[in-house]
Design a protein around this ligand. Structure first.
Ligand code: SME
Length: 150
């Protein structure tokens, strides 16, 4: 099945999962799980801005770094730039923070409310070049649903 069809399905699933639930942690948990198990990513989860740091939130996958500073790692860079970042080869991204040696490519999308970043969605793959424009396009739609939760 093409990626876009999987994204259409998971987008519908995510909307259904979160529409009647107000609890942020419950919703972020289900969003990370729906994405993770649809695409078999290596790591799928959220970091939330708390006291000017990104702090680990709901995720699926191996244990991860708990805190990431502003402009640190791919996550802190997406926070600073207020823009998604796709990294085809994390080993060539100088600021990359390696939580897992198995990760080879990554996409990070900032969560925004009123022009401010309140967290990020971070996804890692064991494959190089795993994230294409189509991933970014659909993940932006998912992130826009997540932003409504705040
Ligand atoms: N690689 C990320 C750190 C978080 S883990 O991938 C879960 C980064 O460079 O910000």
């Amino acid at each position: 099945m093409p990626k876009s069809e999987n994204y259409e399905l998971v987008l519908k699933q995510i909307k259904a999962l979160i529409e009647d639930e107000k609890d942020l942690i419950a919703n972020l948990s289900n969003v990370s799980s729906a994405l993770h198990y649809t695409f078999n990513f290596h790591w799928t989860g959220f970091y939330i801005v708390k006291n000017n740091e990104l702090v680990l939130g709901p995720f699926q996958g191996p244990v991860a770094c708990t805190r990431i500073g502003f402009d640190k790692g791919v996550c802190g860079t997406a926070w600073k730039n207020k823009k998604p970042i796709r990294v085809d080869n994390v080993h060539l991204f100088e600021k990359h923070i390696a939580c897992s040696a198995l990760s080879n490519s990554e996409i990070v999308l900032p969560l925004m409310k009123n022009e401010e970043v309140w967290g990020v969605l971070d996804i890692d793959s064991t494959e190089f070049d795993a994230f294409e424009p189509v991933d970014e396009e659909y993940l932006l739609q998912i992130v826009s649903e997540v932003n409504k939760l705040l």
